[in-house]
Design a protein. Structure first.
Length: 240
């Protein structure tokens, strides 16, 4: 497999999220159950402990901070976000959170070997240089740190475009959804050891019975093309 960068810059990504910051929460609340699934599943996969130091990158409106502290109140969470607009939104909604502005995804303002856990939800697909981003996360993670990363599969692109045309939303801005095989390749290049991968949300919208049935199907067919059809893929990794 050949590694390639994406044809946009971090500033392009920052500009998009700045432009939609004022509608970000409202639009996510329109599909809140699907939106919040990322937090519910990721927190289970993180295996939090009371003395953990967690990096939440990118933090958007810092909603993940709520879920982390609900699960483990004494955990220290560092939220990091590239969009000044979303940082302002988070400050209004959650003025208590610990938050920092990122200039880019490749020179993080943290010392090496800092974090016990890293949470990266729906970020990798927006990064211009995914390998450099993953290597930088590896640098700031402690030895044996756990990272939970989520992103859509490339099979989600057409459904996403259809949904956006019908229902609107905040949009994704610059992005490239990747097959799980490419994500796994990038993780290997960045010295992350993959310990678990799962596809989720086979039927993200529709009646609850249909959505629940979809999760049963995708759970049974993990590690097959059916799993690749899930709109949210989770990757659990360890630093070595």
């Amino acid at each position: 497999m050949v590694y390639k960068c994406n044809p946009w810059s971090d500033k392009d990504v920052e500009k998009h999220w700045d432009n939609v910051a004022d509608i970000y929460v409202k639009e996510n609340n329109m599909i809140k159950e699907v939106h919040d699934q990322r937090f519910l599943r990721a927190i289970n996969l993180l295996n939090l402990n009371r003395n953990n130091k967690v990096l939440n990158i990118t933090s958007r409106d810092c909603e993940a901070d709520d879920y982390i502290h609900d699960r483990c109140p004494e955990t220290e969470v560092q939220n990091a976000e590239i969009s000044s607009g979303l940082i302002r939104v988070a400050h209004v909604l959650r003025p208590h959170v610990k938050q920092i502005k990122l200039d880019n995804y490749y020179s993080l303002p943290f010392q090496s070997d800092t974090f016990d856990k890293i949470l990266s939800l729906e970020t990798l697909e927006h990064v211009a240089n995914p390998k450099m981003f993953l290597k930088e996360l590896h640098r700031v993670a402690k030895y044996d740190a756990r990272m939970v990363l989520s992103c859509p599969s490339s099979t989600s692109e057409i459904p996403y475009q259809i949904y956006t045309k019908i229902f609107g939303g905040h949009g994704e801005g610059p992005h490239r959804f990747m097959l799980s095989s490419e994500v796994k390749f990038l993780l290997r290049l960045s010295n992350w050891r993959l310990i678990h991968h799962e596809g989720t949300l086979l039927f993200p919208i529709g009646p609850k019975q249909l959505r629940d049935f979809g999760e049963k199907i995708i759970a049974f067919f993990q590690n097959t093309f059916i799993s690749e059809l899930g709109i949210r893929q989770f990757y659990v990794c360890k630093k070595y």
